[in-house]
Each structure stands twice: as C-alpha cells, then as structure tokens.
Ligand binder design. Structure first.
Ligand code: CMC
Length: 392
C-alpha cells in the first residue's frame, strides 16, 4: 500500500484540534462530589472528610452512605441503610447454579467479571437507568458482590456454597462465607478498614471506564462489568496481588536490598509503588502501614511487615526524589495476607469495596449525562488505493 502519512484529525466542530494528552493525565473528564485528591500534599477526602478520620472512626456501610448521599447518616438512617443492604445480600438460585458451572481453574477476577455481568440476567429492572432504578442497582451490587467472590472461592475449593449472613456487616458476612467461621472483631475491623480505604478514588481507570459505559445509557451491570475488567490490570487494582507475589519471591529481609536494586537497575517496576496522582505517600498507605503492622503482629506475620518496611525505606532512598512512594496496594497486600486471604482474592476485595465508588460515579454521570467520546489523532496513511486481493 502506498500513501502519504499525514497526522491530522479535523475537529468535528471545525474548531481548534484538542491537545493530545497521552494517558489523559492532564484532562478533566468528569465532575464528582465524592472524593477529593491532592496528589502533591497526599490528601484524600470523601465528601470533604479526611480518609484517615474515616478509617479510624467510620464503617464501610457508613462510608458508602456518605459517598452516595454526600453527608453522614443519622443513627436511624444508618440502621435503615444497613437493613436495606442486608436484605440484598442473597444471590438468586440461577447465580449459584452459574457459579457451579465455572471451571475451578479460572481466576477469581475472571469469575467476578462474569458473575457481576450475570446479575443483570436475574434483575428484570436491569435496563432501568432512572436515577432511582440505578440507586437500587447500586445497592444490590454492593450487597451481592461479597457472596459472588466468597462462593466462587468455595466452589473452586470443593466446598458447599455458603449463604450470606444478614445478621452481620458486609465484612463479617464475607469472611464468614469465605472461611466458614465468624471472624474475630479484630479481623472484621481489619477488612472493614480496607473496604473504607478502597471505596472511591476520583477518576481512576476503572471508574472512568464505568462512566464511559453508563454514559452510553447502557446499564449499571454493564458499567460494573467494565469496571471489574479494568481494575484487573496489574497497573491498577491487580497490583496488590503482584505485591504479594514480590514479597514471596524476595522471601527474607536480607534479600530485599539486592532484589530492589536489581529491579531498579533493569528499569522494572517495584509493585505497590508510584501513583499517577500521588507524588508523595498515598494517604491510604499511611494509615494502612500502621494498621497492617498491628494486624501482622496479631497474626504472627511480623516478618512480612518488617520486610515491607525495609522495601519502603530502600525505595525512599533510591527513588523517593522521583516522587515514587508506596501506594494503597503496598500495605493492603500485607493486611490481606495476614487475614488469611488467598493471594488471588486481593483484587476481588478491591472490587468489592470500589463497587460503591463505581456505582456512585455512574449515578453522578446519569444526573448530568453527556456521551464520553474523546478523539484519536489519526497517524496512518491517506489516499491509499484498494488493491484487489489477486494483485497483492
Ligand atoms: N517502580 C519503579 N519505578 C517506577 C515505579 C515503580 N513502581 N512507578 C513509576 N516508576 C518510574 C517509571 O519507570 C518512570 O521512570 P522514568 O521517568 O525513568 O521513565 C517514572 O517513575 C514515572 O512513571 P510513569 O509510569 O510515567 O507513571 P504513571 O503515572 O504513568 O504510572 C503507575 C503510575 C501506578 C502505573 C506506576 O507507578 C506503576 O506502574 N506502579 C506499579 C504498579 C502499582 O503499584 N499500581 C497500583 C497503583 S495504586 C492503586 C490504584 O489506584 O489502582
């Protein structure tokens, strides 16, 4: 094919061509009232409340109410919200049947993406994208995701399904389904804190993907399926799993120095470090660091915590000046491991929590919707000739 390469894309409106912004790092593509991030100062707020304060004082359920209603609930409102969530914990029989058909060898993220999508098939109102209809679906998705993850894990482990426990909060019901035992208060709180910290985070990649999907007036289940698929990548939610793989590979503290320096010398990523927005320590990591120390000590995983801290110190000395600091995934890996969760459940746990932020963003998008449709700069040839197949 012979042709000239002319990199030009006329603007559809005939106005000036938009600036090329690789990775959309300098593009504001949505408005939100849910989370505020100052990456330079290391601030994350949900509806104006500092994340540290929420992690210390709130619960996941209260945080979800806050994100969705832009205010903290009164006592009776929180109780009513928790009741509404618990009434939606249970899965339809068709969903249990579907879980039973999934290959045991598949990964939990592939299973979760399939199962979130399947929830639409048993919801006759799946295509109702009124605000009220979408709010109800958001509630269902937050309530049911724990049973999807826990029961897929039981299925692949050859265990019978476990019903959600509507007498417990989301963290407690999830851990009970997963392990078959009611968690201690400390374990429940550890997971609850992780759920709070992961609930929302501005226009991250999976949230953006969800907003793109809902903006076409598709449906909430499609948007959440898109988001789960996007979260899965190791540059996004998949990093917490990769952190644990790395910690296992390093094995002992005395090997940290050589391992990290070799990675950096080869220009390879050290997982759990760096962030598109934070150029200082991710504020979620600050809290998780202290918290994971306590959880690790309580569960006999001090060595793992110490190894993480050694990596953090070394990374600070080596690349801190480049703005590469621990992100939320670094210490959440230690926390989840200490809770006894299997490695490949780490990212599904992230999804379980972020379901609140994803669905909240979708409702914000629907309230003031416009199709999200950026442009590509065409860099291919022009005036190319169609050559019949016999002549090529
Ligand atoms: N280890 C070593 N070097 C790094 C790292 C890292 N983890 N992260 C960034 N760098 C280097 C990168 O190589 C580049 O160096 P140079 O300027 O010499 O080419 C420089 O820092 C800038 O990096 P970037 O890739 O341009 O930054 P980005 O904003 O595009 O990417 C990131 C951000 C999170 C994708 C990246 O830091 C990364 O891949 N980190 C490891 C994966 C990870 O932990 N992801 C979880 C993110 S937090 C959870 C979430 O929000 O999803």
């Amino acid at each position: 094919m012979t042709a000239t390469a002319v990199p030009s894309t006329p603007s559809p409106s005939g106005s000036a061509k938009p600036a090329w912004d690789k990775g959309l790092a300098n593009t504001i593509a949505a408005e939100t009232e849910m989370s505020f991030i100052d990456g330079g100062k290391g601030i994350l707020e949900y509806v104006g409340i500092d994340i540290d304060s929420l992690a210390r004082n709130s619960t996941y359920e209260e945080t979800v109410f806050l994100l969705w209603n832009r205010r903290l609930p009164k006592k009776d409102e929180l109780a009513a919200f928790e009741r509404a969530l618990r009434a939606e914990y249970e899965l339809a029989p068709e969903i249990y049947n579907l879980i039973a058909t999934l290959p045991k060898s598949t990964t939990p993220m592939h299973a979760l993406r399939t199962l979130v999508s399947a929830l639409a098939t048993v919801d006759p109102t799946a295509d109702d994208h009124s605000i009220e209809g979408s709010q109800l679906k958001a509630l269902k998705l937050v309530a049911k995701t724990p049973a999807l993850i826990a029961n897929f894990d039981r299925h692949r482990s050859g265990k019978p399904f476990a019903k959600p426990d509507a007498s417990q909060n989301i963290a407690g019901s999830f851990l009970t389904m997963l392990t078959g035992q009611k968690p201690t208060d400390a374990m429940n709180r550890a997971l609850d804190v992780c759920l709070i910290l992961h609930a929302d985070h501005g226009l991250n990649a999976s949230t953006f993907a969800a907003r793109v999907t809902i903006a076409t007036l598709s449906d909430m289940y499609s948007a959440m399926t898109t988001a789960v698929g996007t979260l899965k990548g190791p540059l996004h939610g998949g990093a917490n799993e990769e952190v644990m793989v790395m910690l296992n590979e390093i094995g002992t503290i005395d090997r940290v120095d050589a391992f990290v320096k070799a990675k950096l010398a080869k220009k390879e990523l050290v997982m759990g470090f760096g962030h598109r927005v934070y150029k200082t320590t991710d504020p979620r990591a600050t809290y998780l660091k202290t918290f994971s120390k306590q959880v690790a000590t309580d569960t006999g995983n001090e060595k793992l915590y110490e190894m993480s801290r050694t990596i953090e110190d070394l990374m600070a000395a080596e690349v801190g000046s480049k703005g590469i600091w621990p992100n939320v995934d670094f210490y959440s890996a230690t926390t989840y491991h200490s809770l006894g969760l299997r490695l490949d459940l780490f990212t599904p746990m992230f999804a379980m929590s972020r379901m609140a932020g994803w669905s909240g963003h979708c409702i914000e998008q629907l309230r003031d919707n416009r199709l999200i449709r950026p442009q590509a700069s065409y860099i291919g040839p022009h005036a190319a000739k169609y050559v019949p197949i016999a002549e090529r």
